[in-house]
Design a binder for this molecule. Structure first.
Ligand code: BYC
Length: 497
């Protein structure tokens, strides 16, 4: 396509004035020369109507005929890959986009380190690779399902638009994994692609694979916490898979990471704006003590201790997504060159094989928390979780700055790694947010102070009133500092049909 070409869209036209390498002429936009592989094209075009049925049945409820101001990828160049315009969600151009191929790329870690990256599936690692792609793929439609009812209670059109942006991009991430399954895994891959549309978040008989993706996302605070914490698991896992020796997976994940950044932005700023509204209301009312919960709630804003409990819940449920701290699956995925560590290729003073290395892992031994050196290869999930906790902290520090600026004496903290865990070393153990091992009775007596309790949930529900007028925001959330794509404050992000 030439630089001046226009890519047409069922909802309008996206002008591509810059470096376009994605073909929008085809039913499935792509930069993988889909048209030259007729069998693959037919298989994906056969999957597409099923995907659209799933989107209509399990995607956002309502607003499907509304015009939403969305960004659509028009290239994979990080400097300018997206265009903004009004789109009806079912006509969004879900496509297959891979980051550019790096010529001469070699496998950066594991037993095959230094060998040329694989362009086809390595036979001996086929089952493991397929499993990881399926797990990754399963989370994408799951999150759309979890968030499907939120449009009706959006605190502003700006937020509603962000929700739908996240949703359509999670849909695209499903396409990304389905492309890999269908192109590289033959009949099994096609079956797995079908199964990705059949499992359902929270369903008893056929649930989504990982625990957190079967929790509900019933309100906007949950959505913001989910996109802050759980999408960040997405970032960490995609970054680890982007190091893969299987080059098509690496390239796919590299491009997905550029989209993921916006999802975490939505989460971080969503919580931050909630904090700002609370602090401003407290200051205005002359309330200094954050524990004056009833007085704060009367102002129509969310008290800070409740936000801390929400963060405790979402942090802990998301940490379970890293799997067991000590895992032979993780060792095998690394040893075989399939899944690396966060930032693998840039880790210095490291042999990237880890045969004799160790890593400190916190465990519960005789009712006490102890740190033990474990074989580094088997401790890779633990390490990725530690990297995740570090990555969370910078956002939490920014939340604390807002509180500090308002002169309120309160600090958000991350709960101890072992708090409220179901999977791994701490699974089923009763550990307080500050890291003390507790008895079952002590846990029951205190858990309402550590995790959202029934009162909290009822209060949050009472706040979830829609605010769908351009430029207006619900009482409990401050407006953003900047509009999407620099649009003005009263921009109509969703033209509700
Ligand atoms: N719930 O050795 P283990 C995202 C299973 S989020 C239920 O402990 P392993 C996104 C495990 O599957 C990122 N089951 O752990 C975010 C295994 O079962 P099989 C998603 C669990 O295998 C927001 C068994 O327990 N991507 O993208 O080393 C919106 C023993 O496993 C759980 C990935 O996760 C759990 N929490 O690591 C949208 C990357 N944890 O195989 C999207 C791909 C473990 O014995 N996946 N199990 O039947 C992986 O790398 C690994 O599968 C895991 C687990 C890290 C998840």
């Amino acid at each position: 396509m030439s630089a001046e070409d226009t890519v047409s869209d069922a909802a309008g036209a996206i002008s591509a004035d810059r470096f376009v390498e994605i073909s929008y002429d085809e039913v499935i936009p792509n930069n993988v020369a889909l048209g030259s592989d007729k069998q693959l094209q037919r298989a994906l075009e056969g999957w597409r109507p099923k995907y659209l049925d799933w989107w209509t049945g399990m995607g956002p409820v309502g607003y499907q005929q509304s015009e939403v101001y969305l960004r659509t990828a028009v290239g994979v160049d990080p400097a300018g890959w997206a265009k903004f315009g009004y789109v009806k969600m079912p006509t969004y151009r879900w496509g297959i986009l891979l980051a550019p191929k790096v010529e001469g790329r070699t496998i950066p870690f594991g037993r095959h380190k230094g060998e040329p990256a694989w362009q086809e599936v390595p036979g001996e690692h086929r089952a493991l690779l397929r499993r990881l792609i399926v797990v990754q793929g399963d989370t994408e439609p799951a999150s759309v399902e979890q968030q499907r009812f939120l449009g009706a209670t959006a605190p502003s059109l700006y937020d509603m638009r962000n929700l739908f942006q996240v949703n359509v991009e999670e849909g695209r991430h499903l396409w990304a994994m389905v492309y890999l399954l269908v192109k590289y895994f033959g009949k099994d891959g096609r079956e797995e692609a079908q199964a990705l549309l059949e499992r359902q978040s929270g369903q008893m008989d056929n649930p989504r694979i990982l625990g957190a993706f079967n929790e509900s996302t019933p309100d906007w605070l949950s959505f913001f916490m989910f996109t802050f914490f759980t999408d960040r698991d997405g970032k960490m896992q995609l970054a680890a898979l982007a190091e893969s020796g299987f080059d098509p997976l690496s390239r796919t994940c590299r491009f997905m990471l550029t989209e993921e950044a916006h999802h975490m932005f939505v989460g971080e700023t969503g919580v931050q704006r909630t904090i700002e509204a609370t602090c401003a209301a407290m200051v205005k009312a002359g309330i200094k003590d954050p524990n004056e919960v009833e007085a704060v709630r009367k102002l129509g804003v969310v008290d800070l201790p409740l936000l801390q409990r929400k963060a405790n819940f979402h942090a802990s449920v998301t940490r379970d997504l890293f799997g067991s701290e000590i895992s032979s699956n993780a060792a095998e995925a690394f040893g075989s060159g399939i899944k690396g560590r966060f930032n693998e290729a840039n880790l210095k003073n490291d042999d990237h094989v880890l045969q004799d290395a160790t890593y400190p892992v916190t465990r519960v031994v005789d009712g006490k928390l102890v740190v033990e050196e474990a074989p580094a290869l088997r401790a890779l999930n633990s390490r990725l979780l530690d990297d995740f906790i570090v990555d969370c902290q910078s956002g939490i520090d920014r939340w604390n700055k807002s509180v500090e600026k308002a002169g309120i004496d309160f600090k958000f903290i991350q709960p101890h790694k072992g708090f409220n865990r179901r999977i791994g070393e701490f699974g089923g153990k009763r550990i307080s947010p500050t890291g003390e091992v507790r008895t079952e009775d002590e846990w029951s007596a205190n858990s309402g102070d550590w995790l959202p309790n029934d009162d909290d949930m009822a209060f949050i529900v009472s706040l979830m009133k829609p605010c769908h007028e351009p430029g207006k925001y619900a009482s409990w959330i401050a407006p953003p500092r900047v509009g999407v794509n620099n649009q003005p404050g009263d921009f109509e992000y969703v033209k509700i049909a």
